[in-house]
Design a protein around this ligand. Structure first.
Ligand code: HSE
Length: 319
């Protein structure tokens, strides 16, 4: 019996201005997936979900419906049709959820990414990490109905990832500036990605689009040149944030608290309700986090969790 354990960390999609085209990974927390290769073949399905912890019973145990096992099934189908590898055994999958559900922290992408690196290792690495991203994106479709890549890609690849194109998929990995720290604050309330997407405008005025792509370009330039002031000035989202902020109790107070504490910028993490902030030192990132937690509590009576982390530059890995 061979056992492999995969890990993938939380990710932040959008990064303010880059709706669906930019995301990054932090170092922790993350989800763990343990796979055991069994010799016996089950006719119905080559993957069984033998246990999930940390989800409060919320996630489906049907391997075709759970994101982590669904992506393994996609992987097995791909290596059969594209690499001539006909997997004849059975995989028992155990999922340890450390990331809160519907939090904006890339929870479904982390489960998928951890499962995919573990499967790839278990079967002798038939796929590249770039190939794994495709399956992780399909997992997002199962989890929330939309195949966005801004959590899935950084969960697998680490770093910042810019999605230049979806069809064909064209990903650009951007290493983080050395002193950039992320503060992630998760208020104890849920916001489903599918709902947070439903409130977005179907079309935006040209003036709004001009502002948004100016900021995306400048943010990338800031990241590549370690220009922290430019990064801060570019963390502006005029498309999604105005529509989603009202869904997050205390949003404007929490954001202002981060900025007052010295953060470079602050916005919604993915589809929320978590908020992220960037700072140019770990000390400031902690101070910003404390201020954000205080604001959630004082202005919205919400308890919260807080993490401070550099940007993760390795992506999903084997433990
Ligand atoms: N880009 C996605 C969204 C990220 O904003 O809906 C979800 O975490």
């Amino acid at each position: 019996m061979k056992t492999v354990k995969g890990f993938a960390s939380a990710t932040v999609g959008n990064v303010a201005c880059g709706f669906d085209v930019l995301g990054f990974a932090i170092t922790e927390p993350g989800d763990e997936v343990t796979l055991t290769l069994l010799d016996e073949k089950h006719e119905a399905c080559p993957v069984s979900l033998v246990g999930i912890t940390g989800d409060g019973g919320a996630l489906p145990l049907d391997p075709k419906k759970n994101t982590s096992s669904f992506v393994v099934l996609k992987f097995l189908e791909y290596i059969r049709t594209h690499k001539g590898i006909d997997f004849s055994g059975h995989i028992a999958l155990e999922l340890k959820k450390n990331l809160p559900l519907s939090s904006g922290m890339g929870s479904s992408a982390a489960s998928a990414a951890a499962a995919l690196v573990a499967t790839n290792e278990l079967l002798g690495q038939p796929c590249t990490k770039m190939e794994l991203v495709h399956f992780a994106i399909e997992g997002e479709r199962v989890a929330c109905g939309s195949a966005h890549a801004d959590n899935a890609a950084p969960a697998i690849l680490g770093n910042f990832v810019l999605i230049r194109s979806y069809t064909p998929l064209d990903l650009i990995t951007i290493p983080p500036p050395k002193d950039l720290y992320c503060t992630l604050v998760h208020p104890h309330t849920e916001l489903r990605t599918s709902f947070a997407r439903s409130v977005l405008p179907r079309a935006i005025p040209l003036k709004t689009a001009i502002q948004q792509w100016g900021n995306v370009g400048a943010l990338i330039a800031g990241l590549l040149t370690s220009d922290y002031d430019l990064i801060g000035r570019s963390l502006v989202d005029v498309v999604a944030e105005p529509k989603r902020a009202p869904l997050i109790p205390g949003f404007s107070n929490v954001k202002q608290a981060a900025l007052d504490a010295g953060a470079l910028g602050c916005s919604i993490a993915g589809s929320g309700p978590s908020l992220f902030a960037f700072s140019a030192s770990e000390k400031t990132a902690r101070e910003a986090g404390n201020a954000m937690q205080h604001a959630f509590s004082a202005k919205a009576s919400l308890c919260s969790d807080m993490w401070v982390s550099p940007i993760c530059n390795e992506g999903a890995k084997i433990l």
